[in-house]
Write a protein that binds this ligand. Structure first.
Ligand SMILES: [Fe+2]
Ligand SMILES: [Fe+2]
Length: 440
């Protein structure tokens, strides 16, 4: 079969479908259109069953993309998509009554309940089969949306708890860690179920209360590393609380005043440690982490200390998480790096400030293309990394734009390790004009 044959068949199918709308079944034009369809299908069927596939808005026969410029291709693609049909196959014996039934059924208005397969069967057609895989996708997309809403609600609740906790410290100078524990446990439980979903949450940023978002995100990244290190649950809780409160010393300053904000930058570790030293709990780790999280491995950073001063491992973990969140937070609050750029920067930072082993472990946990990376795939479609697979170069990607650049209504998750596609490049999310966190 030459490559024009499938296009000719689709053209004839589209023309016949139009004819059913325009003429009665006895009209010569209608009969002519069905004749043409039978002629083209006979040519295609000479080599066995003939299948058309729809994938991401394109029509395929085998690996051949049928150009949407050709007559009828676009309209048949849209018709099949609207009926949630992923593939349509004509079999040997496809005769006039089958052709008439097929074009009649394809002309029916698509609804949630209309099933093309049932309609064909009802008309006694056995030489046309359809498969409707898309339905499953819609279901899983619905389920995903539901989980996403729940996760965002959880995150917002945690922001609320963090807000109250911060206010209480501002008013009384007295921290109450009970609430912080609630936040950590909420996130930890969800992280054990689906760490990629929680990493997606960490792409959230707030314009007005950026410090609250920063605390929660730093906690999420610290816990991801803590889990990678196989810390026991108690250790994770302590690490999470420490990360959540690492910048608590900033509550003593008016961060909207540039002069105050600069003072806060250098003084918040000391003040934070002071506040946290008043914690009734025995555990001194949160205090230490607040004090040490800006201390570089090479002696840089602050507060000043002796050359042989050794920082707590949790301080080193929080320093990495803190740095990663700051790098990936959009300008002007953060440094506006894409996740993959931030990973490269972290690795560079291990030459000076960051702990090498812990940073490498963190990068391993995040992958080469961390959750939230916007990527262009080898077929030119564009998506957002939404999870990891065993292959660090082939993560899971939520495909948002088809190869022609059109937004996809119900984005599909694609595990690249199970696909022929690969990542061609990372894309600046600015160019997409979307908030990543709205899609994860
Ligand atoms: Fe800090
Ligand atoms: Fe920080």
């Amino acid at each position: 079969m030459n490559e024009h044959q499938p296009i000719a068949l689709v053209g004839a199918l589209s023309a016949a479908r139009k004819a059913t709308h325009l003429y009665p079944a006895t009209h010569p034009r209608y009969i002519e259109a069905v004749d043409a369809l039978l002629q083209e299908s006979a040519a295609c069927l000479a080599e066995g069953p003939f299948t058309l596939n729809v994938h991401l808005g394109r029509l395929y026969h085998g690996s051949q993309v049928l150009t949407s410029e050709a007559p009828g291709v676009r309209s048949i693609t849209e018709t099949l998509e609207s009926h949630r049909i992923e593939s349509l196959t004509l079999h040997d014996g496809f005769a006039r009554q089958d052709a008439q039934a097929l074009i009649e059924v394809l002309g029916l208005r698509a609804t949630q309940t209309l099933e093309i397969a049932d309609e064909l069967e009802g008309r006694g057609v056995t030489t046309v089969t359809v498969s409707a895989l898309v339905d499953e996708d819609a279901q899983s997309a619905e389920e995903r949306d539901r989980m996403r809403q729940q996760d965002h609600a959880l995150y917002n609740r945690l922001i609320g708890v963090m807000r109250t906790l911060t206010q209480r410290i501002q008013e009384s100078g007295q921290p109450a860690v009970g609430d912080a524990g609630v936040i950590v446990e909420g996130i930890l439980a969800r992280m054990m179920e689906d760490s990629a979903a929680v990493l997606g949450l960490a792409t959230m940023t707030g314009n007005s209360e950026s410090s609250l978002f920063h605390s929660i995100n730093t906690m999420i990244y610290s816990l991801i590393l803590g889990i990678g290190l196989d810390l026991p649950e108690e250790g994770l809780t302590t690490l999470g609380i420490s990360a959540l409160l690492h910048d608590i010393g900033k509550v003593a300053f008016d961060m909207n005043d540039p002069g105050e904000a600069e003072k806060a930058h250098f003084l918040h570790p000391k003040i934070g440690a002071e506040v946290l030293s008043r914690l009734p709990e025995q555990d001194r780790t949160p205090m230490l982490v607040a004090y040490e999280h800006h201390m570089g491995r090479d002696g840089s950073g602050f507060p000043e200390r002796d050359a042989d001063y050794v920082t707590h491992p949790y301080s080193r973990i929080v320093a990495i998480a803190d740095r990663y969140d700051r790098l990936t937070t959009p300008l002007p609050e953060g440094l506006g790096h894409t996740p993959d750029q931030a990973v490269m920067q972290l690795l560079r930072d291990t030459l000076t400030t960051l702990d090498q082993t812990l940073t490498r472990m963190f990068v391993k946990q995040l992958g080469v293309f961390p959750v939230g990376c916007v990527v262009r795939l080898s077929d030119q479609s564009v998506g957002i990394v939404c999870g990891m697979t065993d292959d660090t170069l082939r993560p899971r990607v939520r495909v948002m734009y088809d190869p022609t650049g059109l937004a996809i209504d119900t984005p599909k998750d694609l595990a690249l390790n199970e696909s022929d596609l690969e990542i061609a490049e990372t894309v600046d999310p600015e160019s997409l004009q979307v908030r990543i966190s709205d899609h994860l």
